[in-house]
Write a protein that binds this ligand. Structure first.
Ligand code: FAD
Length: 430
């Protein structure tokens, strides 16, 4: 019987080291570095690299990558346990070399890049020497890439890109972007797009404005970009012409699971804070912890957290068993649907229990609720994932043989009576 929820002692020791390192060394940086990916910030450049060196020394750098790319090739379950600790801090993923969107971009280049592309773009990305951008969403369409319009046409040995992209996060401080462009306008809707590697110092890339999200106006990094006659060599095609759907999928599946595991860390912290407040704050002569409706907030949050965490960990475990994202499509969609819902409900309850302090900018809860809104949209809206989940659940389900459902109680009862008629007759039950 192999079914075990325990962490082996060696991994537990490693996770304990990560937990202390994140609490002591990394979390403080969240307060002095507005954006850990922005290498233009001299404070960031002084404080983050020494911590990255320590992580590398511990053998914990980019653990999601296979050893040939400098990672540890950890399984998804191991990664999930690690990532939920990193989720406590906005800076931690950068310190451990697994920040988004770079980790997903690295996986794309590792899988689809030519040897030259890997040397030029992947290696420095893996070494933490630069950061990158994923430029897909457009002003008129995000959830449906079939509607993308940004074009790239071959002119001699160069692709010439023209069009607009929306929410190209971090393009201003990224060394390059992976840009989704229409190269095959006459192909079927799933084969019109290609992925191009575009260095961001290429002439013609213009940031029209940066858009703030929620309360993080000051760190606005989501750029509205116009590509105007941007020329890149034709060798910058990543993967096949018309093959960008497959490229995007590689990135998304991994990104969705990482987003979920990191949010688990935030949820845990919110529950810890809620519990601490409940046993610290008094009203009407007693602790909040003694009020039954506050107890309900705590209990509901615990239930939401534990069920969500189990779903996430089981999905990671299934991935380790199958090594196939397609085989766990329903599970990943379910995780993505539950993520914003659970983060929002726990964040909102934690804010409520803290009263005015809870909704102020002196506590992290409003940020969590905003984050939940964001996660309901980014990497595919909740509605789309619900449809994916429902389709998977309905797949292979056979229709009932007759007018009534296959488990129609009168029919079941009649069959049971036939099966046990002799006994029932002896006891005068039929
Ligand atoms: C914080 C943040 C960071 C981001 N970073 C990046 C980035 O780095 N690079 C990048 O390219 N993009 C990025 N995005 C954009 C993100 O990928 C898109 O927001 C997402 O794909 C949804 O697209 P949209 O915003 O255009 O919404 P739309 O496609 O306009 O959808 C709007 C709403 O319509 C509904 N809807 C859409 N499709 C369906 C459907 N099939 N069935 C039912 N209802 C539906 C949903 O309610 C949905 O929320 C980021 C977004 C956020 C919020």
């Amino acid at each position: 019987m192999a079914w075990d929820f325990a962490t082996d002692p060696e991994t537990a020791k490693q996770l304990a080291w990560v937990d202390e390192f994140v609490r002591e060394e990394v979390e403080p940086l969240d307060f002095v570095i507005p954006n850990a990916r922005d290498m233009r910030d001299p404070v960031r450049q002084e404080l983050i690299p020494p911590l990255q060196a320590e992580v590398k020394q511990q053998g914990l750098w980019s653990t999601h990558l296979p050893p040939e790319w400098g990672g540890q090739g950890y399984g998804h379950l191991h990664l999930a346990l690690l990532e939920e600790i990193l989720g406590r801090s906005a800076t931690a993923p950068m310190v451990f070399g697994c920040q988004s969107p770079d980790s997903g971009n690295a996986q794309i280049i590792a899988r689809y890049g030519t040897p030259e592309q890997r040397e030029r773009y992947l290696q420095p990305l893996l070494d933490g020497k630069l950061v990158s951008c994923f430029s897909a969403t457009e002003p008129q369409s995000g959830a449906d890439p079939k509607m993308f319009e940004c074009r790239a046409e071959l002119d001699g040995d160069e692709w010439v890109i023209n069009g607009e992209k929306w929410f190209s996060s971090g393009i201003e401080y990224s060394a390059f972007a992976i840009v989704m462009v229409v190269t095959e306008p006459d192909a079927d809707p799933y084969h019109r797009l290609s992925a191009l590697l575009v260095p961001t110092d290429t002439p013609g890339i213009r940031v029209l404005r940066n858009v703030g999200v929620g309360v993080h106006r000051g760190e606005a990094i989501h750029s509205y970009v116009r590509y105007e006659d941007v020329r890149v060599p034709k060798e910058n095609l990543l993967g096949e012409r018309g093959g960008a759907f497959a490229v995007m999928q590689t990135r998304m599946s991994h990104a969705r699971l990482a987003l979920a595991t990191r949010s688990v860390g935030q949820m845990k912290r919110a529950i810890e804070l809620m519990a601490e407040r409940a046993v610290s704050r008094r009203t009407q002569g007693e602790l909040l912890a003694h009020k039954q409706l506050v107890q309900e907030h705590v209990a509901d949050s615990w239930l939401d957290y534990e069920t969500f965490r189990l779903l996430v960990l089981r999905t990671a475990w299934k991935l380790d068993q199958t090594h196939d994202f397609k085989a766990v499509r329903a599970d990943i969609a379910a995780v993505k649907v539950m993520l914003p819902r659970v983060l929002n409900s726990i964040g909102a309850r934690a804010a409520q229990v803290h009263g005015s302090l809870g909704v102020s900018d002196e506590m992290p809860f409003v940020g969590m609720v905003t984050s939940a809104l964001t996660l309901g949209v980014a990497d595919g809206p909740t509605e789309v994932h619900k449809v994916t989940l429902a389709r998977q659940v309905l797949h292979d389900v056979q229709p009932a043989p007759g007018v009534f459902p296959s488990y129609h109680l009168p029919e079941q009862r009649a069959r049971a009576i036939e099966k046990h008629r002799a006994v029932l007759e002896r006891h005068g039950r039929v």
